[in-house]
Write a protein that binds this ligand. Sequence first.
Ligand code: ADP
Ligand code: MG
Length: 170
Amino acid sequence: MSQLFISYIALGSNLEDPIVHLNEALLEIKALPNTKITQASQFYRTKPIGPEQPDIINAVIKVETGLAPYDLLHALQKIELEHGRERIIRFGARTLDLDILLFNDVQMNDAELTIPHPRMQDRNFVLIPLKEIAPDLHLAPFGHIDDLITRNDPEDYVIPLDFEALGNKS
Ligand code: ADP
Ligand code: MG
């Protein structure tokens, strides 16, 4: 049997119907060769970074996969493209963004792929969904997930959609 790796992947969308894009992406990731989703956070509505644009819907999943890092990256990029993803403005609005956060305990940094994801430690819209499925995570280069969340900007809103559905406002 081939080796299985654990990876955490962040999903985000803020164009067209973000919830549909995220739900479809979950099915498409599940259908990748030798890959299964073992945990998924709920969906969160979060404050975008970059130019003026709609709120983003974010989630984080844990997968078990036989795909090597570049194979996983390319498979995720293919899914992004199938969702009409265009890279026009950096940090601009997007139909679907799929980022590899962690991949086993791999640490790598080249032109195409950096793991752990280079900006994850600064982004509560990544860390809060990640904490939901991995509450005790210690990020090797950065520290404990709780400390990172506390350190980041408290003005960033990261609101669970289930919470909103109960009539709560931010
Ligand atoms: P962002 O996710 O920061 O908004 P993009 O999705 O447009 O930006 O990705 C830009 C580039 O980031 C991709 O072409 C990809 O090669 C590179 N990249 C580097 N590390 C990663 C990673 N861990 N996960 C996903 N893409 C990555
Ligand atoms: Mg990306």
